[in-house]
Design a protein around this ligand. Structure first.
Ligand code: PMT
Length: 290
């Protein structure tokens, strides 16, 4: 029944401690969560006051209230089409080498899962990542280079209500990628001439129609606020999500992130370090409040 369910699925695990603590249960719950299902279980703080251990089913009235809240506002993105860019871009040097970066796609895919769980139809324009999206509301368009990402975004954005630019796009690409492997026996050190890549977020900012929302990210190492505010304006975004590599546990490859969101009206929201899924939820809540 679960495998063929197209509706949001809620799971309230109920089993004894040995079963609950078994690695296969832990793995399955993590997997189910990453697919956008909702796991309802007692908060750990609450458990301390109960004699019963982990694995205890949440109280039926709590389960009912979670469902009530979900159907009140949970499908707030129903009927909306959201495009999300995710992952790195690879810029070819020769058939075996590229210029890339450390983006894993985790942040972008977490936003996609969160948006789909709120009822949106999501298209991820994805650079090369090891992640899979299995939610039936999420479609993935695979690209490799910044130019390919731009082409896909220009095609998809006109039919979108919202675009969230989470990809780490290479700012430069080799001007003349070699069509054969560059050999080590080269006498001179090879010099790779670079050209500037298009700015995808800024291109969409210039195409944006009234009613469309464009959200950017800013990945910073210094002068976080002024850099983020500059990108917010220069790219004609509605809001920008800043993460800094100065925060341990934030940015590339981690399962957590710490963000500050700057809005066009001058508002700014600072969030604690959280799982990328929770950060995704904060981003969407903020977007809906614009
Ligand atoms: O994928 P993970 O491992 O989970 O890591 C997540 C992340 C760190 C990649 C993500 O949280 C993040 O910060 N993404 C944006 C990275 C980035 O390239 O930031 P930037 O400050 O250089 O770019 C500013 C904005 O312009 C971004 O929205 C970016 O997608 C966009 N951009 C940048 C350059 C370019 N040529 N085209 C663009 O669209």
């Amino acid at each position: 029944t679960y495998l063929s369910a197209k509706a949001p699925v809620f799971i309230a695990p109920a089993m004894d401690l040995d079963m609950f603590a078994h690695p296969s249960t832990t793995r399955n719950l993590e997997l189910l969560r990453s697919y956008g299902n909702h796991i309802i279980e007692p908060a750990s703080g609450e458990l301390a006051s109960h004699l019963v251990g982990k694995g205890r089913m949440e109280e039926p009235e709590v389960i009912a209230s979670v469902l009530d809240r979900f159907f009140d506002c949970g499908m707030s993105l129903a009927g909306k089409h959201i495009m999300i860019t995710a992952g790195p871009t690879y810029e070819k040097i020769d058939p075996v080498r590229f210029i890339g970066n450390y983006s894993s796609g985790k942040m972008g895919y977490a936003i996609a899962v969160e948006a789909a769980s709120r009822g949106a139809d999501v298209t991820i324009v994805s650079g090369p990542v090891a992640l899979k999206a299995v939610n039936p509301r999420i479609k993935v368009v695979d690209v490799e280079s910044a130019r390919e990402m731009l082409e896909a975004c220009e095609r998809i954005f006109p039919s979108c209500d919202i675009a969230i630019m989470c990809a780490a796009v290479a700012d430069y690409a080799p001007a003349h990628p070699a069509d054969r492997k560059i050999k080590r026996e080269h006498n001179d050190l090879p010099v790779i001439e670079l050209v500037k890549n298009p700015d995808i977020a800024a291109t969409l900012g210039a195409m944006k129609k009234p009613g469309q929302r464009l959200v950017g990210f800013a990945l910073e190492t210094d002068n976080e606020m002024s850099n983020a505010l500059h990108k917010l304006k220069a790219k004609n975004l509605n809001m920008i999500v800043m993460n800094s590599l100065r925060d341990k546990g934030a940015g590339f490859r981690t399962d957590t992130n710490k963000v500050t969101i700057y809005k066009l009206d001058g508002g700014e929201l600072h969030f604690d370090m959280k799982s990328k899924r929770e950060v995704a939820s904060d981003i969407i809540d903020t977007l809906l409040s614009l």
